[in-house]
Design a protein around this ligand. Structure first.
Ligand SMILES: Nc1nc2c(ncn2[C@@H]2O[C@H](COP(=O)(O)OP(=O)(O)O)[C@@H](O)[C@H]2O)c(=O)[nH]1
Ligand SMILES: [Mg+2]
Length: 251
């Protein structure tokens, strides 16, 4: 943004929302409705990109039907499973000046999206929702889930991202230029893609703001606790190895 006198409606496309979708036939229709109502009340232009992959249910068909009646919404599809793959596809196909990915369950209330956008967080290239920053509240999360999350975060901080308190919250906003740059360099396609993308961003000198969000635990999860946790731990070493091999460029 070039200053507060600029009217977001003047720009070509202000905000892109990317929704990664895997077996979401129950939650998706409600979320699309809510998102449409919220976005249509704003004074800026927007697009919503739904990226479905690997579902065994009617997620894609439901998304397709919704998009037919809502021209600002579109749906893309990838063959392989993986949240990281879906988010990358969405980010690189988006045209917004700001691009944000959001979990379909909207465990953070949809209205919070505005807190990620200017004039908040001046100077940030990336704004990430955090369940650990001062002021954040976690509702209904079982202690064991929080505990597993904190173990992972300790590993993340130790291995790749010092001082970052929550890399895994499903709500993150990037400026368009930053998204084009970092998502091109992303290699991981699973659940730990956030860590890699933030690692690449930091190395490249982008500024990351962590903002506290109210977050409601949803027991209906696509995360396979054991499989995905192990994979995510291994991925931290993959990131370090990639960095050592120069795969993310110098920096
Ligand atoms: N496209 C795509 N999205 C996925 C995949 N796995 C998870 N997601 C999406 O990632 C988001 C977060 O998943 P969720 O089950 O809420 O994770 P949790 O909150 O960590 O338990 C949801 O929008 C899921 O549909 C995947 O393989 N492909
Ligand atoms: Mg969730």
């Amino acid at each position: 943004m070039m200053g507060c006198e600029m009217n977001p409606a003047d720009t070509l496309l202000y905000l892109s929302i990317i929704l990664p979708v895997h077996n979401e036939e129950h939650r998706l229709p409600v979320t699309l409705q809510e998102l449409e109502i919220f976005l249509s009340q704003q004074n800026f232009s927007y697009e919503v990109i739904i990226v479905e992959n690997g579902s065994h249910d009617r997620s894609y068909e439901l998304a397709y039907e919704f998009c037919k009646d809502h021209p600002r919404f579109k749906v893309l599809r990838e063959k392989e499973r993986g949240k990281g793959l879906a988010v990358r596809t969405g980010m690189l196909n988006a045209r917004g000046q700001y691009r944000m990915f959001c979990d379909v369950d909207f465990s953070m209330p949809v209205g919070e999206i505005l807190r990620f956008l200017p004039p908040n967080n001046p100077n940030a290239d990336i704004v990430i929702g955090s369940r650990e920053a001062p002021g954040a509240v976690r509702y209904d999360e079982p202690a064991y889930r929080h505990f597993i999350g904190r173990i992972f975060n300790t590993m993340v901080r130790f291995a790749v991202l010092p001082a970052l308190q929550d890399s895994q919250c499903g709500f993150k906003l990037f400026t368009g230029a930053c998204a084009d740059d970092v998502f091109h360099k992303q290699t991981l396609t699973g659940m730990s893609f956030d860590v890699e993308v933030l690692f690449i961003a930091r190395r490249s000198g982008y500024r990351i703001s962590e903002i506290p969000v109210p977050w409601y635990f949803n027991p209906d999860s696509r995360v396979r606790l054991l499989d995905d946790s192990l994979r995510m731990a291994v991925d931290l070493f993959v990131i370090r190895r990639n960095a050592a091999r120069g795969i993310y460029g110098s920096g």
